[in-house]
Design a protein around this ligand. Structure first.
Ligand SMILES: *Cc1c(COP(=O)(O)O)cnc(C)c1O
Length: 434
C-alpha cells in the first residue's frame, strides 16, 4: 500500500517509509491511496473467525507485501494479546474495555503494533532509532512499554512534572533499559514544543535518527481499527441493530480509525465524537467553521487538544463533503462538572466505575440516545480508572485499589532526569546519550 502526504499529494511513500518517517513534508500526515474493502462474508460472519485472524484481515492490505504474512500474523497476535471485552453498563449502553493491556490504556494497541513494525523494518539496518515523544500521561507509558527492549530503538519521553498521576509516572519512569524519561518543569505544551524543536534541529537530526510515536504515525493509527471489528463481533451476538459508536476524542486518531473501518464495510449506525471543553470539532460540526483554539486543561487530560491533528484525515475520508460528514458524526462537548456527575451516577446506578475520558463518552452517548428511542450503542473505555484516581475518588468517594498487574511496577524505582523547558537542555541530553 502506498500513502500520500495530505499537504502535498505528490509525495507518495510505502508503508515502511511512512512508519519510519512518521510524517511527510510540511508536517503533512500520510493517508492510504485507496480504502480497501472488507470481504462481505468476513464482515457479516465475524463469529466464525478467531480474533487473530480478524486483526490480520484489518491490517494486511495496509501493509501489503512489505511484511511477510507469517510475521504480520505474529505482530497482530502480540498487538491484541489481552482481552478486549464488550461489557453492558446500562439498558442501552455498553463499554468496549480497551484498558486490560500492559499500561491499562487503549494506546497500548497502537504502540505495540508500531514498535513491532519498526523493529522489523530496522532489523537489517545499521542504525538505531530514537523515538521521541511528549506526553500528558497515557501516550508515554504505552510507548515506553511498547518499545521496551525493542532492538534498534531508544525511547525518550518528555512529561510535565507533577502533572501526571502516580501510576502514569511509574509507567513512564520505572522501566529503564532503552527507555529514558525527562521530567520537564513546565506544561504539556512545553514538552510538545521541545519535541517539535528537536525534530527541526539540524544538528540533532544529523547525529540521531529521530522518529515520533504519536497517533499521526500510520503504524499507530491504523491498528486501532482492529478493536472496532472485535467489538462488532461481540455486538452481533448481543444485539440486532447496528451500534451507535461513541469515542472519547482528543487528537481524533481513535475515532478516525473507527470511521475508516466503517468505510471498509464495518456496520455502524452513527459515530459520536465526545470531547471535553476542547471543542473545536463539535463546534465545526455545528457551524462548519474550523477554529483551532488554545488548549484548556480538564480532568480528561489525554483529550486536552485544542487543534486535533487527525481531523484532516476524517475530512479526507469524507472528501470534504460537510453534509455527509455531519450526517455520520455528531459532536458533544462535556464539561468537568458533568463528567464528575456521570462518574458518580453510573457508579451508583450500575455499579460500574468510569474514569474521566470514558465518562465524557458515556455522557455524550446518553444525551444522543435520549433523542433516538430504541437505539443502542457502546463507548470506547479508553483507560482504567486507577490511572485517574483523583477524579474518580472525588466523584465516588471510593479509593480505588492498585490492580495486581501493577503492584510490581509500583514497587520499582522512578528514574528520570529533570530539565527546564529550555531547548538547550534537551539538545544536550539527546546528543550526549548516544
Ligand atoms: C489518548 C486518549 C484519548 C484520545 O484519543 P485520540 O485518539 O487522541 O482522540 C482518550 N482517552 C484516553 C484515556 C487517552 O489516553
Amino acid at each position: 500500500m502506498n500513502y500520500y502526504n495530505l499537504k502535498d499529494k505528490k509525495e507518495i511513500v510505502d508503508f515502511k517509509t511512512a512508519t519510519i518517517k512518521g510524517q511527510g513534508k510540511d508536517k503533512g500526515l500520510f493517508f492510504p491511496e485507496f480504502i480497501p474493502q472488507f470481504d462481505t462474508y468476513f464482515i457479516e460472519n465475524l463469529h466464525l473467525f478467531p480474533d487473530e485472524e480478524i486483526a490480520f484481515q484489518c491490517m494486511k492490505d495496509f501493509v501489503g507485501d512489505e511484511i511477510p504474512s507469517d510475521i504480520l500474523m505474529e505482530i497482530v497476535s502480540e498487538t491484541i494479546s489481552f482481552e478486549i471485552p464488550l461489557k453492558k453498563i446500562s439498558e442501552n449502553i455498553y463499554s468496549l474495555e480497551l484498558f486490560h493491556g500492559p499500561t491499562l490504556a487503549f494506546k497500548d494497541i497502537g504502540a505495540k503494533f508500531m514498535s513491532r513494525c519498526l523493529s522489523y523494518f530496522l532489523k537489517n539496518e545499521n542504525k538505531k532509532v530514537t523515538v521521541l515523544v511528549a506526553t500528558s500521561g497515557d501516550t508515554g507509558g504505552a510507548v515506553a512499554n511498547g518499545f521496551y527492549k525493542t532492538t534498534g530503538t531508544n525511547v525518550v519521553i518528555l512529561y510535565p512534572k507533577n502533572r501526571v498521576s502516580p501510576v502514569q509516572e511509574k509507567q513512564l519512569t520505572a522501566l529503564g533499559e532503552n527507555t529514558y524519561a525527562l521530567e520537564v518543569d513546565g506544561s504539556f505544551d512545553d514538552c510538545q514544543n521541545l519535541v517539535k524543536q528537536a525534530f527541526s534541529d539540524e544538528e540533532i537530526n544529523s547525529e540521531l535518527f529521530l522518529t515520533s510515536a504519536n497517533s499521526i504515525n500510520v503504524a499507530r493509527w491504523l491498528p486501532q481499527q482492529i478493536y472496532y471489528v472485535l467489538a462488532l463481533k461481540q455486538w452481533q451476538k448481543l444485539e440486532k441493530e447496528n451500534p451507535v459508536i461513541c469515542v472519547p476524542s482528543g487528537n481524533f486518531g481513535n475515532i478516525c480509525a473507527g470511521i475508516l473501518a466503517h468505510f471498509r464495510g464495518l456496520s455502524a449506525e452513527h459515530f459520536i465524537a465526545a470531547c471535553n471543553e476542547n471543542d473545536m470539532v463539535p463546534k465545526y460540526l455545528k457551524s462548519k467553521k474550523l477554529e483551532p483554539k488554545e488548549t484548556v486543561a480538564t480532568l480528561s487530560n489525554a483529550m486536552d487538544v485544542g487543534n486535533p491533528s487527525n481531523f484532516v484525515r476524517i475530512l479526507e475520508l469524507f472528501e470534504n463533503q460537510f453534509e455527509n460528514l455531519k450526517s455520520k458524526i455528531t459532536g458533544y462537548s462535556i464539561d468537568d462538572k458533568k463528567t464528575l456527575q456521570t462518574i458518580a451516577e453510573v457508579y451508583e446506578k450500575y455499579n460500574y466505575m468510569l474514569e474521566p475520558h470514558s465518562a465524557v463518552a458515556y455522557t455524550a452517548l446518553e444525551q444522543y440516545l435520549k433523542e433516538k428511542p430504541g437505539k443502542k450503542g457502546f463507548i470506547l473505555g479508553t483507560a482504567h480508572p486507577v490511572k485517574f484516581p483523583d477524579a474518580v475518588e472525588k466523584a465516588t468517594r471510593i479509593k480505588i485499589g492498585i490492580p495486581k498487574s501493577l503492584e510490581e511496577l509500583m514497587k520499582k524505582e522512578k528514574k528520570s532526569v529533570e530539565i527546564t523547558p529550555d531547548f538547550a537542555e534537551l539538545k544536550r541530553f539527546l546528543l550526549n546519550k548516544n
